[in-house]
Design a binder for this molecule. Sequence first.
Ligand code: 15L
Length: 268
Amino acid sequence: MRRVLITGAGGGIGSTLRETLRGVYPILRLSDRIPLASARDGEEIDRTEISDMAAVERMVDGVDGLIHLGGNSGEASWPVILQSNIVGLYNVFEAARRAGVRRIVMATSNHAVGFYPRGETIDHRVVPRPDSRYGVSKAFSEALASLYADKHGIGFLCVRIGNFGTRPIDKRRLSIWISPRDLTQLVRIGLEHPEIRYEIVYGVSNNRRSWYDNSNAERLGYRPQDDSEPYAAAVLAAEAGAPADPIAEYYQGGTFCAAEYTAPTRRD
Ligand code: 15L
């Protein structure tokens, strides 16, 4: 990997990877629709709105590996999701194919499978159960990645990211948290592992309270260093007595499941 592109490089995950991947590859190309801090040694700065195919073609030119974090990172109206996460995503994969990009690490999300109950442990083989329009767009990204892997031979690591941060922020996130160093490790596996064709893994640390069987990531060499448990007592104490929505509490996707919920009976 000579030139690695990070889309959405101005977001929380992107700006962290800008630091943790600094010097790992000869050139990091950093792209976002918002302005980014100026390029340092070994960096290139790009400003692209991914719904604009001509701009996306320029963005991927000369790139060997791509980390796709761009698009909308939460629930939004259908027109917003459609532009950023469906049209924009298609543009990135299709332009990458034309440009000969060999590897893509796709930031998908726990919300592609958010309607699995918290009582169930799920692995990388379960069918999607999206909990939002955003979750549907992430399930779409996994399907589009599968097509580009099978038909065009691009290697894909689809990482269903839980919640990224320096610490878990609430009870739900104790089960899905991922630390910066663990996500960096997973992203590097996605770019560097010699045998990746199409893989789905969970982007979570080694959390004792995990809802995931992440054996596929382990098979690829992932050895997470962090666990949310040392934060658990403080997180739970801060939440004690707070009113809980029964739908949000029941499902892994939490409030993404409860939002706009109108089903008369719960599907387990
Ligand atoms: C996600 O997929 C979002 O990008 C992030 O903002 C959080 O909402 C996270 O899921 C989560 O579930 O905590």
